[in-house]
Design a protein around this ligand. Structure first.
Ligand SMILES: [Zn+2]
Length: 569
């Protein structure tokens, strides 16, 4: 038994995520966590909401709520949806927790003690009316490029030009609308990532087994242009972890907070501390090399946009602290999932969002499609035609149909008890040889976190069962040799139990339904396949399950395609 720490990139708090976000981190992380638990390993699976920063403040203001209240509500909404998708976090934390505040301040202090923090004085837009510095997104004005009158301080949404607030014509505060703005000096803390460059490069170079997507992005940031730059880790905001605190080794940072990208990954550790407080468990044995974390394997899941922060920024924090914290061992990163010829768009309501998905079909349908089409080697695309075909074929025709045929046939001929013990004829022996090979390939794909390949291998195992049933044809055999027909059905029922165990990481609800109908609670991974064919004794009672999956009709497909196409512009 090994010990595995797994974290998913933490979703931002301002709103419900779409299916592309889900398949880019949380869902494959859940697949891997479930698989490792299934194989008997000890797993700690942590996720959280990322709650600090300007977008949370803006979203709360728009909702007319204090930001802390807004975040608490949205955290509960996201937690409920995660539950709906059966994401099996050991803990779903909050980056605004007291644990994260203390730990973020701790890291900032030890980094300063190591000489890795420097103070920088910059000029920034200050709103006299609002009495505060304005982040770029808090400033609007007329775009100097296209004349659009609501361009933001960082970008014009109309012509997409990247802007500086000083570029805007007639700049005004988003908060009050005031135009009484002036440039004032403000002081910020910078993490000296440039001083960590050689250490980081050596560390990345040692990760020869990582996906190219992870290492290539890291190397681009390390070496392109002037190389890795120091990074501002504070902001002039009130919502966040205060940058001035008892024992802070710097002065004059009152009213400033740490930048959200400094504190968010620290929440992986703080989230485990939250878990420990809730359960009485020991967080340090997962994170502190001096307290038992030496034998932990740590895997992170994220979309490609998050790779720089996880290969450079967070490791700078960990390595720079010179304290014995656990560093990530493997970074699994994903490309983007596009939606039907374009991109998912929150503002335009384009694409399927997590709550909407659960409103129209159970989570297993989505889990199966998303994981079997995960954007691993390149961007992938969701289309309703592909979704319908995949659900109807893989889930309904292959797996669902097998379970239904075997249990219904048994019920009609022999009743709802296992009609015999398994008898191994040449046919069953040959099938098991193929199954053994397929299972090994499935396990290899899962061990290596090749998500699409794992789905293919699993589907291949389901197909083997269908082919077996078709060739063995118990409905014909029963007319001349009832004992043989009983043996075939006993074997097929054992295959179905194996499918429940093996499919659980992908489709946990269907797996649960199969096991419930077999009145079985033995979820042990089939390390010994021969022994797995003796789990259900002759005479063991079962019930015929409801259809595991229904088919998606053409009418539904057309209706959904229309409904989620987004507002026309
Ligand atoms: Zn413009």
């Amino acid at each position: 038994m090994a010990r595995h720490l797994i974290t998913s990139a933490i979703p931002y708090i301002n709103g419900i995520k779409h299916l592309g976000n889900l398949v880019g981190s949380q869902l494959p992380a859940d697949l891997y966590a479930r698989y490792l638990r299934g194989r008997g390993h000890e797993v700690m699976f942590i996720c959280a909401t990322d709650e600090h920063g300007t977008p949370a403040e803006l979203a709360a203001a728009k909702a007319g709520k204090p930001v802390a209240e807004y975040c608490a509500e949205m955290h509960d909404v996201q937690a409920a949806i995660a539950g709906g998708f059966r994401l099996s976090f050991d803990h779903f934390g909050r980056s605004s927790s007291p644990q994260n505040r203390a730990l973020t301040q701790h890291f900032a202090k030890v980094l300063a003690d190591q000489g890795l923090i420097r103070e920088v004085t910059e000029k920034q837009m200050y709103s006299v009316t609002d009495g505060r510095f304005l982040p770029d997104r808090y400033i609007e004005g007329t775009c100097p490029n296209c004349g659009f009158d609501s361009a933001r301080g960082d970008q014009c949404d109309n012509c997409t030009k990247q802007l500086d607030p000083v570029d805007l014509i007639n700049p005004r505060s988003v908060i009050s609308g005031s135009t009484d703005l002036e440039m004032r000096e403000t002081k910020h803390l910078f993490l000296r990532q440039s001083a960590m460059k050689d250490k980081l490069a050596a560390w990345i170079d040692s990760k020869t087994d990582w996906p190219v997507l992870s290492t290539s992005i890291a190397k681009k940031w390390l070496f392109d242009g002037e190389g890795l730059q120091d990074r501002g880790i504070t902001r002039d905001l009130s919502w966040g972890v205060p940058a001035q605190f008892d024992g802070a080794p710097w002065q004059g940072m009152e009213g400033k907070v740490f930048y959200v990208w400094f504190d968010a990954p620290i929440e992986y550790i703080a989230g485990t501390q939250e878990w420990a407080e809730k359960t009485g468990g020991d967080w340090a044995r997962w994170w502190r090399l001096d307290q038992g974390a030496g034998d932990v394997t740590y895997t992170q899941f994220m979309g490609k946009d998050n790779v720089p922060f996880h290969t450079l920024s967070f490791p700078s924090t960990i390595l720079g602290s010179a304290e014995p914290w656990k560093l990530v061992d493997y970074i699994k990163s994903f490309n983007y999932l596009n939606y039907d010829g374009g991109q998912f768009s929150t503002s335009r309501g384009r694409g399927v969002f997590m709550d909407q998905a659960l409103g129209i079909l159970p989570s297993d349908y989505w889990r199966w499609w998303l994981l079997s089409h995960a954007p691993e080697s390149a961007d992938a695309e969701f289309t309703w035609e592909n979704f319908q075909a995949s659900v109807n074929k893989d889930l309904a025709d292959v797996l669902g149909n097998l379970v239904s045929r075997v249990t219904k046939f048994c019920n009609s001929k022999f009743g709802t008890e296992l009609p015999a013990a398994v008898v191994m004829t040449e046919r069953e022996t040959a099938l098991m040889a193929q199954f053994r090979e397929g299972l090994a390939a499935y396990e290899k794909a899962m061990d290596e976190i090749h998500v699409r390949r794992a789905a293919e291998e699993l589907r291949g195992l389901w197909v083997l069962g269908n082919e077996y049933l078709q060739a063995a044809a118990p409905w014909s055999v029963v007319k001349t040799d009832e004992a043989a027909a009983r043996g075939i059905i006993a074997f097929a029922l054992h295959l179905i139990r194996l499918y429940a165990v093996l499919s659980r990481p992908f489709i946990p609800d269907a797996a649960q339904a199969i096991m419930a109908s077999l009145d079985c609670e033995d979820w042990a991974w089939p390390e010994d396949l021969d022994a797995a064919l003796t789990v259900l004794p002759a005479g063991h009672a079962f019930t015929v399950p409801e259809n595991l999956f229904r088919k998606i009709t053409d009418e539904e497909r057309e209706d959904w395609a229309k409904r989620f196409a987004g507002r026309r512009e």
